[in-house]
Design a protein around this ligand. Structure first.
Ligand code: AMP
Ligand code: ZN
Length: 469
């Protein structure tokens, strides 16, 4: 398998450190608001990567964090705390905000058919929350202080970037260039040695006197810096160095550079072998962001009648390393494409109508798909191949199963409906033909109550799992 490594800027042959097993870590969300679909593009990328690795025969151990400790809006530790801002906006506590939006995030992940991480189990779910890893974070700060990679001021404990010669290796940016980039920021702590030094631990004092989330540390009450949680979670769950670390391209310059620095300084080895970064989703030709007015959520899509898996297909139609501009027309086209795939999948219920795809075509199709996704996750090429094979005959349940394993588009679940539900769909079709609209509507509502949504397409009724209901 070939993967593009941000560290080397090359497509490289991927081999895991331990034979047959891949340890994969993905930076997760900060839970202070609903996910916008730009965020979901990144998480869909993580999921496609995981599926591609599994489909290539690797056992994948996947960990993702949830940032439920507020971090500061600016990369240089300045500005307001996102969770505190969310709490003030909604008149709730930061803990309530974190819980509410973590739940909303998990619902979105389910709706997008994104596999839950499997390398860690919390008391509630499979996500590694920053607040559940406070002690491991404190342990790293202690090592960094002992090794003289960190220093303490009245306001915080900082990582001293000048002490680590390899600092910034990921971006190949010299410290002096970075200094220019952050020069315009107002640095409130006058004792910070350099603007690039980043907070490992902030004290609940001065501008943070009212900070709600706080824990005791050997150096005083406070809260951890944002970058620290990922180093601590990886160290405690997967063990470093890991095979692959993922994020969005906006994570590269500061968050990932700093994660790398902490681990390398504390433990004397690299954090990860491969760094993969997905490009942004834009809208109106600007990066979709919560700070701008150009973002949509799954709920906005649902209001216009689009189901989440149409969005998933839209994402897979572009390579993860290219920017993508979101338009409603492109989503509509993806929804149509998904309908066509579902109509093809549903042929398994109509054996008299079409011939079954031959074993030879099936083998060939799967070979082409695997080789496309093994080429740095080339999902657009893979989907092009799949679309060409839709006319080659009725799929088997095993083929749908395999396709779903790779793409997660809900093809397999089409074989999961019960005989009774199948009959209900046929009855509704009959009622519509006879223009008995009320009866058709009642059946549709009944099916919806069972989690099946019905759409009418030129090919006949198309149903899908109604994850949002
Ligand atoms: P955040 O909760 O802001 O940390 O974002 C969660 C993830 O979404 C990060 O990995 C970001 O890189 C990613 N992300 C944020 N905005 C976009 C966007 N417009 N397109 C794609 N990914 C994004
Ligand atoms: Zn991270």
């Amino acid at each position: 398998m070939k993967l593009h490594n941000t560290l080397t800027r090359k497509k490289e042959d991927f081999k895991p450190i331990n034979d047959g097993e891949v340890r994969l870590y993905s930076c997760g969300p900060t839970v202070y608001d609903y996910m916008h679909i730009g965020n979901l593009r990144k998480f869909t990328f993580d999921d496609s990567l995981r599926r591609a690795l599994s489909a290539s025969g690797y056992k994948v151990k996947h960990v993702m964090n949830i940032t439920d400790v507020g971090h500061l809006v600016s990369d240089s530790d300045e500005g307001e705390d996102k969770l505190e801002a969310g709490a003030a906006r909604e008149g709730k506590s930061v803990w309530e905000i974190a819980k509410f939006y973590a739940d909303a995030f998990k619902k979105d992940m389910l709706a997008m058919n994104i596999l839950p991480p499997n390398g860690y189990r919390s008391k509630d779910d499979n996500y590694a929350r920053a607040t559940d890893f406070i002690d491991p974070q404190i342990a790293i700060v202690k090592i960094l202080l002992d090794k003289d990679f960190a220093y303490q001021t009245k306001e915080a404990i900082y990582f001293d970037v000048a002490k680590l010669p390899s600092y910034g290796e990921l971006t190949r940016q010299r410290l002096s260039d970075k200094e220019v980039a952050v020069r315009h920021e107002v640095i409130t702590d006058k004792n910070k040695r350099s603007p690039q030094d980043f907070g490992l631990w902030f004290f609940a004092t001065g501008r943070f006197i009212n900070h709600d989330m706080r824990w005791m540390s050997p150096w005083g009450e406070g809260f951890p810096g944002w970058h620290l949680e990922c180093s601590a979670i990886i160290h405690s769950t997967l063990g470093d160095p890991i095979d692959i670390h993922t994020g969005g391209v906006d994570n590269i310059g500061t968050h990932h550079v700093n994660e790398m620095a902490q681990t390398e300084a504390a433990f004397g080895h690299k954090l990860a072998r491969f760094w993969l970064h997905s490009e942004h989703l834009h809208a109106d030709d600007q990066k979709m962001a919560k700070s701008k007015a150009n973002f949509y959520t799954l709920n906005d899509l649902a209001k216009k009648g689009f189901q989440p898996l149409a969005l998933r297909l839209l994402f897979l139609q572009a390579h993860y390393r290219s920017q993508m501009n979101f338009t409603w027309d492109s989503l509509k086209a993806a929804a149509q494409n998904l309908s066509n795939m579902y109509a093809w999948a549903d042929q398994i219920y109509q054996p008299s109508v079409s011939e079954e795809i031959t074993a030879q075509d099936t083998t060939h199709l799967l070979e082409l798909l695997i080789s496309a996704i093994q080429d740095d996750l080339n999902t657009p090429v893979a989907l092009g191949v799949l679309n060409r094979y839709l006319i080659k005959g009725r799929p088997t349940a095993e083929l749908l199963d395999k396709l779903d394993f790779i793409f997660g588009l809900g093809l397999k679940s089409r074989t999961d409906i019960t005989k009774i539900q199948k009959q209900m769909i046929a009855d509704r079709e009959q009622a519509r033909k006879l223009e008995r609209w009320d009866e058709a509507d009642i059946i549709r509502q009944k099916l919806s109550g069972e989690g099946l949504a019905i759409d009418d397409s030129p090919q006949g009724p198309i149903w899908h799992r109604d994850h949002l209901s």
